[in-house]
Design a protein around this ligand. Structure first.
Ligand code: NAD
Length: 537
């Protein structure tokens, strides 16, 4: 429990009571944010609302929360439990900051129960309800809850406090805190990514949750290694569980493979309440997600990625799909999973070349948004190559956090998400030039990163020291980093053939520092010229 626990939720959902109980049970400090605001202002919340209005109160609340999230270590030796006011996380940017710095749990209760509790506690002023009572109050609560639905969904978990013993509530909240998952904010479709060792047996079923039946989708390789563990876990759901094992590999990521999933779903009578579970690498993850997006116009799905690439990249962001003829991922949909489980123990059996080349995506991710991850890679390259479990867990978690940060701010690839393409423009060209067989995707990205750094230097954006530092890191991680003139000429030709983009400017991602990337507009012709000119001497 390294991050603070924030309890949010509508008025009278039990935030203060539960926070106090969790703090007592764990011996952690307890902070009530409203109380802090009152102390600093020297007035009660009701007086602040009356004198300054709601927006001034929210500004004070935000400042107090930001300070607490950034500076709690100055005050406490261990992460505290914090109860928030019901409106503290309504502004999205505040909410995103909170779910990144803390574990956020929303307490819930029905409108009728909320009104019952409010009326029983006549002492506490409730400015949002005014003088409304009974049915009018309930209608007002329902209206406010609808308006706040997304704000209360973008968190690590929701816990009902209605008709339950406090001890059960406390235990459920504590479970969220202990798991310390990464919350991916995607509006009503928000979810968590849990990362840890030996989790398949214990955590798969809780992430799938209530469903009428389940379909486990895997490939024959992964099914042989981990299928039994996953099946045993899913059996605890107490619903019928069917299974389909696809042929492994990208060449089966197509409509025929998809049809196998639909056929099994049909035979097993999967309905709107069923859930799909994808156990495998990026191919199985993408196909399961797309099958879930389209079966009965959309059912729940959970990803259990088993390759490093699938954990650090395919598991987050909701992009699903299959290849059509030579066009990769051309048939697809955005469809968020209900949850993702990265059991890093499964990476032990991943083939070395696949594991090693996925580290290129890890380097890219560190460059985009995590200087501490970059330093970890520099310091612990050998342990990471040996797949030491705690190091691998940290690497996966840091990557998932960076990707979650980016996609939360750009779910549908409108802007910020473009930075995830760092190293991919020339990388794709090199991958295609090798007919998708000479280089793995990760190896092509590694070379693409070198090209992007050198193009960045030509554009006056990337300092020489950054290029040198990245080259040294790629070498330490045994990733390819020598750019051959012939391969670059082929890649440039393929990049230049992209008729869709001819004459248009494209947003090329450049690195200015570790954790500081930007886009730079380039014409296709400029890109081709630069690509040809960055070979090793
Ligand atoms: P993959 O899924 O084909 O897996 C590679 C091979 O490893 C397969 O043969 C598989 O059977 C085997 N394997 C998987 N897990 C294993 C394990 N734990 N032990 C032993 N063998 C194991 O390839 P990949 O590299 O995981 O994923 C590539 C795919 O991911 C591509 O299709 C790509 O488009 C997709 N992808 C999607 C996204 C996204 O955002 N949706 C992001 C990145 C990549």
């Amino acid at each position: 429990m390294q991050r603070p626990l924030l309890l949010t939720g509508f008025m009278a959902t039990g935030k203060t009571t539960v926070a106090r109980r969790v703090a007592e049970a764990t011996g952690r400090p307890w902070v009530d944010l409203d109380q802090r605001v009152e102390e600093r202002a020297g007035k009660t919340i009701a007086a602040l609302f009356a004198d300054e209005g709601e927006s001034a109160f929210r500004a004070r609340e935000r400042a107090e929360l930001t300070q607490l999230l950034q500076r709690w270590r100055d005050e406490f030796s261990q992460a505290p439990v914090v109860s928030l006011g019901g409106g503290a996380l309504l502004q999205r940017e505040v909410r995103l900051e909170a779910i990144e710095a803390a574990v956020v749990v929303t307490l819930t209760a029905s409108p009728a129960e909320i009104v019952r509790r409010v009326e029983a506690d006549s002492g506490a002023p409730r400015p949002l309800l005014g003088s409304a009572r009974g049915a009018a109050a309930e209608a007002r609560v329902r209206e406010l809850l609808e308006a706040r639905e997304i704000a209360y969904r973008e968190c690590h978990g929701q816990v009902s406090t209605e008709g339950r013993e406090v001890s059960g509530i406390q235990e459920e909240v504590l479970g969220h805190w202990e798991r310390d998952a990464v919350a991916v904010a995607a509006g009503a479709a928000s979810y968590v990514v849990e990362i840890g060792a030996d989790r398949l047996g214990s955590r798969l079923a809780p992430l799938v949750g209530r469903c009428s039946s389940a379909l486990l989708v895997t490939d024959t390789t992964v099914g042989g290694l981990y299928g039994e563990r996953a099946r045993a876990a899913l059996d605890t759901l107490g619903v019928p569980v069917a299974e389909v094992a696809l042929e492994p590999g990208e060449q089966h990521k197509n409509l025929r493979g998809l049809e196998q999933i639909y056929a099994r779903a049909f035979e097993a009578n999967l309905d709107r309440g069923s859930a799909l579970v994808g156990l495998g690498g990026g191919v199985v993850t993408d196909m399961t997600g797309f099958a879930a997006a389209t079966w009965m116009r959309g059912v729940r799905w959970v990803g259990a990625p088993t390759t490093l690439l699938a954990m650090v990249d395919a598991s987050v962001g909701g992009k699903t799909g299959v290849d059509f003829r030579s066009a990769k991922n051309s048939v697809g949909a955005f469809w968020q999973p209900a949850g993702v489980l990265c059991d890093v123990t499964t990476l032990r059996t991943e083939e070395q070349r696949a594991y090693g080349s996925a580290l290129a995506e890890v380097v890219k991710t560190a460059l985009i948004g995590d200087p501490a991850l970059f330093e970890l890679l520099e310091r612990e390259s050998e342990g990471i190559l040996r797949r030491e479990p705690e190091l691998v867990r940290e690497v996966v978690e840091r990557c998932v956090r960076v990707k979650a940060h980016v996609v939360a701010r750009d779910e549908r690839e409108g802007g910020l998400r473009a930075v995830l393409n760092l190293g991919h423009t020339v990388g794709h060209g090199l991958e295609a030039a090798g007919d998708f067989t000479l280089l793995t995707h990760g190896e092509a990205v590694s070379l693409g990163l070198v090209a992007a750094l050198r193009i960045g230097r030509r554009l006056g954006q990337t300092p020489a020291e950054l290029e040198a530092r990245c080259m040294a890191l790629l070498a330490k991680l045994a990733l390819p980093h020598r750019l051959d003139q012939g391969a670059l000429d082929d890649a440039a030709r393929l990049v230049g053939h992209d008729k869709k983009r001819a004459g248009k400017a494209l947003r090329f991602v450049v690195a200015r520092d570790v954790g500081a990337v930007d886009t730079h507009m380039l014409s296709l012709d400029e890109l081709v010229t630069h690509t040809r000119s960055v070979a090793d001497p």
